[in-house]
Design a protein around this ligand. Structure first.
Ligand code: 13P
Ligand code: SF4
Length: 325
């Protein structure tokens, strides 16, 4: 039993059954990203990577979408389902990538390169999506870029490391925006090499938001879903060095209960390499708690509200992406 601890609310609320009851009352669906805390994943109707969550948000017939993820993901759900109420347990759950690309600055960048197609990772605000030709996620970025006319120049934002990986995989040169994920950029190449030396049989699973030296150590490089599939289809008793946010390990353990999961350490400026094992948790994703999930459903707030014009313009690049892959 997980009880509500917020003293301003009725004591003794058993959160999981209370959330289930609210789900029925509101005709709501709870969508959660793999980086959410275990308790939220366990109560969600659907858990996925950014691409699957977008698809789910577009096709659900629920009246209310409760999005357990970060702000840009909930905005994407609102863009795809504008007539539904979209709730986010903590409105402050942001993303360093989305924040690295303010809409005004990005518009200026585009204006300086008017002959370029604009491709953006979904980790952007709806306002930046409204300036975009094609969205991508880490699952389909290479496929989307390969589908673009070979004679067109491309701007890619906001993640320079994902952009660098996509350039190598697709063979296309792109003009990259200088953004990065504050979680994935911290993984320590040295600490992963040491872990690999101690566990030579372990497979290294890397998210493409990591810088090239870390990415190059990967046996598998891909989105959270792709990394999870590598475990589900791999040796059930194998060892895995996980180089992404550790929330994903919850589902990996369900897929392979007898496997061993080693979390790659992060590196913090001014301290020993690979000294930090908690710096790789995403502080934004982790703002959501079971308690806040309950409260947002009970209060039907915080709610994502977007300007109609932004919704109309932001929808196009997301729909183009969903059509391609
Ligand atoms: P994916 O789930 O698409 O791999 O995205 C990772 C991520 O960083 C989401 O914020
Ligand atoms: Fe953004 Fe990185 Fe957190 Fe994902 S893990 S939400 S990209 S800061």
């Amino acid at each position: 039993m997980i009880l509500l601890t917020n003293s301003s609310l009725p004591p003794q609320v058993d959160l999981v059954p209370a959330i289930q009851a609210l789900k029925k009352e509101l005709n709501a669906v709870i969508l959660a990203h793999y980086y959410q805390v275990d308790e939220i994943q366990d109560v969600a109707d659907f858990i996925g990577d950014s691409l699957d969550l977008s698809r789910k948000a577009a096709e659900t017939d629920a009246d209310v979408i409760v999005f357990c993820g970060v702000h840009f993901m909930a905005e994407t759900a609102k863009v795809l389902s504008p007539h539904k109420q979209v709730l986010l347990p903590d409105l402050q759950a942001g993303c360093s990538l989305a924040e690295s690309a303010p809409a005004d600055d990005f518009a200026e960048f585009i204006a300086q390169h008017p002959d370029h197609l604009v491709v953006n990772y979904v980790n952007t605000s709806a306002a930046v999506k409204a300036l975009t030709d094609y969205c991508v996620t880490s699952s389909n970025a290479v496929q989307v870029i390969q589908s673009l006319p070979p004679d067109r120049k491309i701007i890619f934002g906001p993640d320079k490391f994902l952009g660098d990986w996509v350039q190598k995989e697709s063979g296309r040169d792109m003009l990259l925006w200088d953004g990065s994920c504050e979680v994935h950029e911290l993984f320590s190449e040295q600490a992963i090499l040491e872990l690999k030396q101690e566990n030579p049989e372990a497979k290294v699973l890397v998210h493409p938001e990591c810088p090239a030296p870390v990415r190059n150590l990967g046996d598998v490089i891909g989105s959270t879903k792709r990394l999870l599939e590598a475990v589900a289809n791999g040796d059930p008793k194998g060892s895995y060095i996980v180089v992404t946010e550790p929330g994903i390990i919850h589902k990996m353990k369900e897929a392979a209960p007898e496997a061993t999961f080693l979390m790659a350490p992060a590196e913090v400026a001014g301290s020993e390499k690979g000294s930090c094992t908690t710096c790789n948790t995403c502080p934004h994703m982790r703002r959501n708690t079971l308690e806040k999930l309950y409260l947002c459903m009970k209060n039907r707030s915080p709610e994502i509200v977007l300007d109609e014009e932004i919704i109309r313009k932001a929808r196009l690049p997301i729909e183009r992406m969903l059509k391609i892959g």
